[in-house]
Design a protein around this ligand. Structure first.
Ligand code: CAA
Length: 258
């Protein structure tokens, strides 16, 4: 599934999508994001894949939407195409666990697609930002919403209104990223984490993801009710029987995703 702009790597039950448009610092042009969307669609039904990593280059995860592609657009063009819903937002619709492994710049749409993933692991050289205001626009792929939920109003306002960048340490301290590792360790760490997730029961991982995401969309009481129903439903699965039997028998579980 690799192409000129995307490097696709499979390691066991983990699939890695590496944005590979290095000369443009992985600016998210439509063609590249159409490919990402197509690959994700295929991975959704590939039962051998349990977790996906989205990553970029050492210098740039992605420096944002492609400004050169966008600059001459008119409102009606992008309204009719529903930018950026069609391709760029395919990541938020992906139902299996997906991790962003970020090194270098994650700016504008780059920061936004990282936040669409389930969590972000950052290299120590990562820089996050929503600099759209310096281009005379504002974030358009969910930045004002996800950043605010991730880091709170004060930091989100600061970032979106000034366009300043946040380094990896600050991003970790405010909860934008789950871990920071040395640049040289980023890919191995992401692969280790993804392999661990992929070794769990796939439907259980998917439902867990759905439940955590629901926490941001609903009241506490409704969220807890939803979680309880999902938890109860897991007792219809073989994986619940296997997971608990393996614990009691002091062995590793072998999940079959059923
Ligand atoms: N779109 C298109 N091309 C881009 C780009 C982008 N977002 N970011 C970088 N590039 C291109 C540059 O134009 C340059 O191309 P040329 O060699 O043909 O001139 C190449 O990538 C290398 O970039 P620089 O020479 O600028 O590299 P640098 O190391 O000096 O600076 C940088 C790096 C600070 C990230 C700088 O490139 C930059 O500020 N990029 C733009 C960041 C930005 O504003 N992103 C927001 C985009 S709008 C958006 O994303 C909207 C949304 O919410 C969806």
């Amino acid at each position: 599934m690799s192409s000129e702009m995307i490097e696709f790597i499979r390691e066991g039950a983990v699939a890695k999508i590496r944005l590979n448009r290095l000369k443009a610092l992985n600016a998210l042009c439509n063609e590249m994001m159409e490919e990402v969307a197509r690959i994700l669609q295929e991975l959704e039904t590939d039962t051998a894949v349990g977790c996906v990593i989205l990553t970029g280059s050492d210098k740039a995860f992605a420096a944002g939407a492609d400004v050169k592609e966008m600059q001459d657009n008119h409102y009606l063009d992008i309204y009719k195409n529903d930018n950026f819903e069609t391709y760029h937002c395919a990541i938020e619709r992906f139902r299996k666990p997906i991790i962003a492994a970020v090194s270098g710049y994650a700016l504008g749409g780059g920061c936004e697609i990282a936040m669409m993933c389930d969590f972000i692991i950052a290299a120590d050289n990562a820089k996050f930002g929503q600099p759209e205001i310096t281009l005379g626009v504002m974030p358009g792929m969910g930045g004002t919403q996800r950043l605010t939920r991730a880091v709170g109003k004060a930091k989100a306002m600061d970032m979106c209104l000034t366009g300043r960048m946040m380094d990896a340490r600050e991003a970790e301290s405010v909860g934008l990223v789950s871990r920071v590792v040395p640049l040289d360790d980023l890919q191995d760490t992401a692969m280790e984490i993804a392999a661990k997730i992929a070794a769990q029961s796939q439907p259980v991982a998917m439902m867990t993801k759905e439940a955590v995401n629901t926490a941001l969309e609903t009241t506490l009481a409704q969220g807890i009710h939803f979680e309880r129903r999902l938890f109860q439903s897991m007792f219809t699965t073989r994986d619940q029987k296997e997971g608990m039997a393996a614990f009691v028998e002091k062995r590793k579980p072998h999940f079959t995703n059923r």
